[in-house]
Design a binder for this molecule. Sequence first.
Ligand code: IPD
Ligand code: CA
Ligand code: CA
Length: 266
Amino acid sequence: MHPTLTIAIKAARKAGDIILRYHNQIDILTIENKAANDFVSEVDKAAEDAIIDELKYAFPDHSILGEENGKILGDERFQWIIDPLDGTTNYLHGFPQYSVSIALYIDNEARHAVVYDPFKEEMFTASKGDGAYLNEQRIRVSNTRGFENTLIGTGFPFKAPQHLDAYLAMFKTIHPQVSGIRRAGSAALDLAWMAAGRMDGFWEIELNIWDIAAGALIVREAGGFIGDFSGRGKYLETGNVVAGNEKVFKEILKAIHPHLTADLQR
Ligand code: IPD
Ligand code: CA
Ligand code: CA
């Protein structure tokens, strides 16, 4: 395993320990509302601080972008992107589907990624060119050949209600063609689960870069495809994400295309 990935895993475990320490005591947490339906607790912040401490110790010169702290400036070539707790709403309800997401981009290219589910003790990892793993076992995307018999992941645009009509139209097109659609509540984990073949595809509108930076590499290293709503590579900028095995990726793009408003055509 690449030594940089080892550090990222260590940082994710530290954050995971903090998250688990409080998961039975959610009622004592102070919860702030960052924006409509956007919550943060001191667990998110403590977990992010623990990750930053670990990364800064190992790589004092690197830049770090964290959801809660914003950008810590350093050498721009080395950019860590972290979401200390992806699935905060789940966490605050004791719904055990949440994760720690950590990625390193070098010269704007994803190189190392970790998505860690501390509750289920599942560590999804990838380094560019080395494949994707779940607890050190190689994972691959599913090999379904279209929408038939597939399970598709998604997220609702609850922070961007202006897209709800377009989203529901996409949903109505996809829903009758597949076996099921799941909204599990942690986009980073959705991508990791898809990479492990537990779901066949995924789409969501307006995610943040820290929701997808790690999951995207895990998907690609598992043989999957990820893109923006035109199927190209601008998903980190737009936050509009489609992912899947090759066939399902294409099916989702085809299904959502008629419902793309001007705002979503990117
Ligand atoms: C959220 C989760 C969720 C997605 C939201 C994200 P957070 O991240 O990834 O699945 O639907 O758009 O904001 O706020 O829990 O870190
Ligand atoms: Ca997130
Ligand atoms: Ca978060």
